[in-house]
Design a protein around this ligand. Structure first.
Ligand SMILES: Cc1cc2nc3c(=O)[nH]c(=O)nc-3n(C[C@H](O)[C@H](O)[C@H](O)COP(=O)(O)OP(=O)(O)OC[C@H]3O[C@@H](n4cnc5c(N)ncnc54)[C@H](O)[C@@H]3O)c2cc1C
Length: 220
């Protein structure tokens, strides 16, 4: 987005400059990642990549999995892994309690997956690919408590520590002085049904922007 209110886009491999009257940012979110020793080893996965392989492509990408993050995405990915015959060695969550729904957490517990709350990852260990993970207890300032390290054999570490909105298009449009709306995860991170609902609201706002007198929006 340029200061003269023009926007560069790539369409069918061709770069074009357009002058939009309004921008609707629906570019979604990106997964957060963590800094830790060994995080570039093969076998360290984001939750989205893991779920795509296991749920969509039906690939059993691991034998022994350890999960970092006890929100719904981490917990549900763990349950899907178990259903796919993958051994889930454990899950750790930085907060004193998992943030995911209890009903999902209980499924993991019932199936024997140990859940370590107030714990975070210290390192992924291995030469080229993951052979184990080390976690440790953390205090309320998220600092590792020495002597609480635990190491688990695993070939894959799943990082599921939340998402952040792709909000830069909204910021850039605002600084360029272009009217901008946001929808879906680009506006707020909740879940798919909420993204669709707030997308409808954003659509109506765009209509109202062009036609401020519009009171009733026809259903079609
Ligand atoms: C691992 C994971 C598991 C999830 N599981 C669930 C679940 O079980 N249930 C649930 O309800 N929700 C789940 N969610 C959340 C759900 O996926 C999102 O809430 C939903 O997809 C948001 O829709 P959206 O259209 O805003 O964004 P997205 O679905 O992310 O769509 C954004 C689109 O914008 C495109 N895009 C990005 N940048 C550009 C650009 N520069 N130019 C053009 N296009 C661009 C992207 O390629 C993408 O196609 C999960 C999310 C993750 C990451």
């Amino acid at each position: 987005m340029f200061d003269d209110k023009k926007v560069g886009i790539l369409k069918d491999g061709v770069y074009k400059i357009v002058t939009p009257k309004v921008i609707l940012n629906a570019a979604g979110a990106r997964e957060k990642f963590l800094r830790f020793k060994g995080n570039s080893l093969s076998g360290v996965y984001g939750a989205g990549a893991f779920q795509t392989l296991v749920n969509r492509d039906l690939i059993k990408s691991t034998e022994k999995l350890f999960i970092i993050g006890g929100g719904n995405v981490g917990i549900i990915a763990g349950y899907h892994a178990l259903q796919a015959g993958i051994n889930v060695v454990g899950l750790c969550e930085a907060l004193p309690e998992c943030g995911g729904y209890k009903v999902h957490e209980d499924k993991l517990k019932r199936l024997g997956v140990p859940i370590y709350t107030s714990h975070s990852i210290v390192s992924a260990n291995g030469k080229e690919s993951v052979s184990s993970v080390t976690i440790a207890g953390i205090d309320k300032n998220f600092q590792v408590i020495e002597g609480t390290e635990k190491t688990f054999e695993c070939d894959t570490i799943l990082i599921a520590v939340g998402l952040e909105s792709v909000s830069e298009f909204t910021q850039e449009a605002k600084s360029a002085g272009i009217k901008v709306f946001a929808a879906g995860d680009a506006s707020e991170i909740v879940e798919a049904s909420s993204a669709m609902f707030n997308g409808k609201i954003a659509g109506l706002k765009v209509v109202q922007h062009f036609n401020p007198d519009a009171k009733k929006i026809p259903k079609s």
